[in-house]
Design a protein around this ligand. Structure first.
Ligand code: PLP
Length: 355
């Protein structure tokens, strides 16, 4: 593996959207990183070029059979003008785990991080600085071989694109309403649920659309076999606080191992708040709500950090969580994590790296 990156930079810089008009994932920075894979040759042709469309054969495997994986992380601007990345090594490690599941050749994790830093350095002034904004980073790999046969492709493209994103909570942290999906499932053990594969998202759209149409922000996914056990919420991991203890579904093969999830578990432990990873029946949550011990519910993920849940609806009833207000532990976790990410709190965990 060579650590050389060809740089073909652009001199025509795009206009930047004002921070308060930034949505999510609609604008892209001036440059992108790309690298190719060819059987027998390995990964090569590492380049940073202008952000532009790519050329792809209409027969490219990814377009037909969905051999594609991705990651999502963020760069944060500190008040002192530094740029921080949050646990980026974990993203590239997970990308390789996803690669393994989808029969995509592994990337060099260290080189990928080096390439990301080079790209970030070049587009450094694209990291927005207003409160709550960040630069969303999307590494991904697609199968590019023009071949209609069903087998792992012989050619791939690894790319990193970046998008300035607005404050997720510009209007304050408002707990969301969730619909428990009892028919469609996101993933099953043995499937690709624990890989960050594009196809998982394609198959989750139907459930999300049905939830949205009924006025719910997200879907609560149950297990694919018995439709009884809690898995995830939308594309976030889920946590419940019951009688002072925080519980989250154990990683069982169909749940995505969120880096935010892992970070929250570590923050909880550091604050001596009991936290447990285990199988959680949805009926257990209903029972806790009925006997008054369900205190907080929240989802976790890179995009929102933490998303408090205020209301859960399922076929036989509904649950109000904490009177639709954000809970104490949820707020503490949000403050702690964003404090570390934006360099406002001391990073005792060693999670952030400076550009
Ligand atoms: C990416 C993702 C998450 C959250 O992972 P983070 O590393 O915390 O961003 C949770 N669930 C699904 C299905 C995901 O794709």
């Amino acid at each position: 593996m060579t650590y050389e990156i060809i740089k073909e930079l652009t001199t025509t810089k795009k206009d930047k959207t004002p921070d308060h008009q930034l949505g999510f994932g609609k604008r892209f920075t001036d440059h992108m990183f790309s690298m190719d894979y060819e059987e027998g040759k390995g990964w090569h042709n590492a380049k940073i070029t202008e952000y532009k469309p790519i050329e792809l054969s209409p027969a490219a495997t990814v377009l037909h059979y969905g051999q594609a994986v991705f990651e999502g992380l963020k760069a944060y601007a500190t008040e002192a003008g530094e740029i921080l990345l949050f646990r980026p090594d974990q993203n590239f490690k997970r990308l390789n785990r996803s690669n393994e599941r989808l029969c995509i050749p592994a990337i060099d994790e260290e080189f990928a991080l080096y390439a990301l830093k080079e790209l970030l350095q070049i587009d450094r002034d694209w990291v927005p600085t207003s409160e709550g904004t960040s630069l969303y980073i999307r590494p991904f790999i697609i199968a590019t071989e023009p071949y209609l046969g069903v087998s792992p492709a012989k050619n791939y493209k690894f790319m990193i694109i970046m998008s300035p994103v607005g404050s997720y909570y510009a209007e304050g942290i408002n707990p969301i309403k969730i619909l428990v999906e009892q028919h469609y499932v996101r993933a099953v053990a043995g499937g690709t649920g624990e890989a960050k594969a594009g196809g998982n998202y394609a198959s989750s759209l139907k459930g999300s659309e049905l939830a949205n149409a009924q006025g719910y922000a997200q879907t609560l996914w149950l297990d694919g076999k018995e439709h009884q056990y809690v898995e995830e919420v939308g594309s976030m991991n889920i946590f419940f606080k019951i009688a002072g203890k925080v519980i989250t579904p154990a990683l069982n093969g169909s749940i995505l191992a969120g880096i935010t999830r892992d970070s929250m578990i570590n923050v909880l432990k550091s604050k001596n708040i009991p936290v447990e990873e285990r199988k959680i029946a949805f009926l257990e949550i209903v029972e806790a709500a009925n006997n008054g011990t369900l205190e907080e519910v929240f989802g976790t993920g890179t995009a929102a950090v933490i998303s408090p849940v205020g209301y859960l609806k399922w076929s036989d009833g509904a649950i109000d969580v904490n009177n639709g207000q954000i809970g104490e532990v949820t707020q503490m976790l949000y403050d702690t994590l964003t404090g570390i990410q934006y360099g406002k709190l001391e990073d005792t965990f060693g999670w952030t790296i400076k550009l």
